[in-house]
Design a protein around this ligand. Sequence first.
Ligand SMILES: NC(=O)c1ccc[n+]([C@@H]2O[C@H](COP(=O)([O-])OP(=O)(O)OC[C@H]3O[C@@H](n4cnc5c(N)ncnc54)[C@H](O)[C@@H]3O)[C@@H](O)[C@H]2O)c1
Length: 316
Amino acid sequence: MKIIVTGAAGFIGFHLCKNLLKNKKITVIGIDSINSYYSRSLKKKRINILKKKNFFFKKIDLINKKKLDLIIRKFNPETIYHLAGQPSVLYSFKNPYSYKRNNITATEVLCKISKKYKIKNFIFGSSSSIYGDQKRFPIKENFKKKPKNYYAITKYKCEKIVEKNFKVSSVNFKIFRFFTVYGPYGRPDMFIHKLLNALKKNKQINIHNKGKNLRDFTYVDDVVKILINFSIINNKVKILNIARSKPVKNIDLIYKIKKIYRQKKENFNFIKTVRGEMLKTHGCNKKLIKNFKKFKFTELDEGLAKTIKIFKKYGI
Ligand SMILES: NC(=O)c1ccc[n+]([C@@H]2O[C@H](COP(=O)([O-])OP(=O)(O)OC[C@H]3O[C@@H](n4cnc5c(N)ncnc54)[C@H](O)[C@@H]3O)[C@@H](O)[C@H]2O)c1
């Protein structure tokens, strides 16, 4: 089976490739522009870990229509996982252009080419941020969307692009809305790795909204297992949350991490709420569990222990 993963040098794309490659019958082409949003060296390290007989890496930008068309035509994959993009809420206020380019335009180009070559399965990684601040919890897939920052607006627009291209086509498409994914080799701009880096360097870290924000932390291996096992089933279910559905206050998470890391010294400053940030994420995973019975999410303590073990060993 031949599979393309976009964003292969990124956090979730890397873990997806790593798990797909355990099956020797699968050949993966990983695509990534290795942009400089965060450490290129970390992205290159991830790609080096993936280097195996059945893995090929193409450093290209998805908005390069010609090169992308050539790769897809020649390789003729059965499945495309689209995980490349510009993440992060806060950065979207600083550099909105990157979101238009790497989320909207890149998704448009990829969808058009995938449609042209009648790809069998197209899977898109969307975000819980499209729900914005809700009053009722847990958040179901059909709740009103209230994106409160440009990142969320572009992710929602990408969902619409995927639906528009594939709704009336033979392509089996699925959209998964990820809730705060964490794990080993995580993104340095996200809370857990920011905190780990601060602990390592004995630096202070700012805690938004005095640590009262709640996040539905979901372990990366769970996300990847769902992507591999449940996305290529061609059924009517097109949009699904991937959430552990057990939100945790950031301040409680900090104390958990410090305990596992064995660091008692206080190293944070409490600051106000930050513009555009959601106060609480808590996804409903009933639809997912109903369709894919027996799925068990990793407990936070176990996922954190694995993440911190890798961080202490390799510093990433
Ligand atoms: N990590 C999370 O908690 C989370 C939560 C919700 C949604 N998501 C979504 O999941 C996807 C993967 O997230 P991640 O955490 O792995 O992010 P990431 O930044 O680690 O990975 C994204 C990768 O895409 C690449 N990329 C960006 N623009 C590109 C382009 N035009 N052409 C080719 N490559 C390009 C980047 O170089 C990067 O390596 C993103 O679309 C993100 O919006 C992530």
